[in-house]
Design a binder for this molecule. Structure first.
Ligand SMILES: NC(=O)c1ccc[n+]([C@@H]2O[C@H](COP(=O)([O-])OP(=O)(O)OC[C@H]3O[C@@H](n4cnc5c(N)ncnc54)[C@H](O)[C@@H]3O)[C@@H](O)[C@H]2O)c1
Ligand SMILES: [Zn+2]
Length: 247
C-alpha cells in the first residue's frame, strides 16, 4: 500500500513541471524542535501562558524577560540540525524537481540543508534587529545572551520573526502566493493548517495534484490526490530512494 503510494508520488513528481512545498513545524520535529499542536507539542506543556500568548507582540513588549525565557528555551534551533526531510527537499530542488519552499518555520533548517528558494513567511531566528537603532545581530547573540538581549546602544533586540498580532511581510506574502498560484503540484507537510493567514495561502492553489504528509489529520485531507498520515522524514526518504532506483 505504502509502496504504491510512494510510486504514485514519484510519478507525479517526475511529470510535474512546477512542484512547490508548503511546510510547518512538523518538518522540524525529527530534528528535535517541538511543534505546537501534536500530543507532545508545546501547547500541551505547562507554562504560565500558552505559547501563542508568549509569542505575541504585546507580550514581547510587556514581558520581554518571560518572552526570551521561553524563546531561548524552546526555539533555539542552534543546538539542532536539519533532518532527512530538509535534505531530501534540498536534493529535489537541486535535481530541478522542486521549484521552491514556503515554510512557516523560523529555524533556518531548509537553508542549512542546502535549499535555495525558500520563503520564510514567519521570519527567521537568524535575523535580529535593535528596535532603537536597527543594528543587525545573529542568532548567537540572542540565544547566548543572559536575560534580555540588548544592543550596544541599550535598545531591545527583537528577532525578525512574525509574532502573533503582527502582519506578515508583504514581499514574502507575494512570493508565497506567486509560488502556490503557479504550482502544478503542491506538497503540504508537517503543518496542522491552523495558523492564519499562512494556511489560507493554500486556497490559491489551482494545480493538478495536492499531496499531504502530516501525522495528524488536516482540514485539507479531503481535497488531495495523495495523503500520508506518517512521518515526513520517512516518506520523503522513501521517495528519494524510489527516485534513485528508477534512475
Ligand atoms: N521549528 C520551528 O521553527 C517551529 C517550532 C514550533 C512552532 N513554530 C511555528 O508555530 C506555528 C505552528 O503552526 P504549524 O502548522 O507549523 O505547526 P503545528 O504545531 O500547528 O502543527 C504541526 C503538525 O505537524 C505534524 N507533525 C509533527 N511531526 C511530524 C512529522 N515528523 N511528520 C509529519 N507530520 C508531523 C503534526 O501532526 C501537526 O499536525 C507556525 O507558525 C510554526 O512555524 C515553528
Ligand atoms: Zn541599537
Amino acid at each position: 500500500m505504502l509502496e504504491n503510494k510512494i510510486e504514485k508520488f514519484v510519478k507525479i513528481l517526475k511529470e510535474s513541471q512546477n512542484t512547490v512545498f508548503f511546510g510547518g513545524a512538523g518538518v522540524s520535529t525529527e530534528s528535535g524542535l517541538k511543534d505546537f499542536r501534536s500530543k507532545d507539542g508545546l501547547y500541551n506543556e505547562k507554562y504560565d501562558y500558552p505559547p501563542e500568548e508568549i509569542l505575541s507582540h504585546h507580550f514581547f513588549i510587556e514581558h520581554p524577560a518571560e518572552f526570551y525565557k521561553f524563546y531561548k528555551d524552546k526555539l533555539n534551533s542552534l543546538t539542532y540540525h536539519p533532518n532527512k526531510a530538509h535534505y531530501v527537499l534540498a536534493n529535489l530542488e537541486n535535481k530541478k524537481l522542486l521549484k521552491g519552499i514556503i515554510t512557516q518555520n523560523i529555524d533556518g533548517f531548509h537553508q542549512e540543508a542546502g535549499s535555495k528558494n525558500v520563503v520564510e513567511i514567519h521570519g527567521s531566528v537568524h535575523r535580529n534587529y535593535c528596535l532603537k537603532c536597527h543594528k543587525y545581530y545573529d542568532a548567537k547573540k540572542v540565544f547566548l545572551s543572559k536575560g534580555i538581549p540588548r544592543c550596544d546602544c541599550g535598545g531591545l533586540i527583537k528577532p525578525d520573526v512574525v509574532l502573533y498580532e503582527e502582519p506578515l511581510k508583504e514581499q514574502d506574502v507575494k512570493k508565497a502566493i506567486d509560488l502556490i498560484r503557479n504550482a502544478e503540484v503542491l506538497i503540504i507537510g508537517g503543518t496542522s493548517l491552523n495558523v492564519y493567514p499562512a494556511a489560507s495561502f493554500i486556497s490559491y492553489f489551482n494545480g493538478k495534484h495536492l499531496i499531504i504528509i502530516n501525522k495528524d489529520k488536516t482540514t485539507m485531507d479531503n481535497s488531495c490526490s495523495l495523503i500520508f498520515h506518517d512521518n515526513i522524514a520517512t516518506v520523503l526518504e522513501e521517495v528519494e530512494n524510489k527516485l534513485k532506483e528508477e534512475n
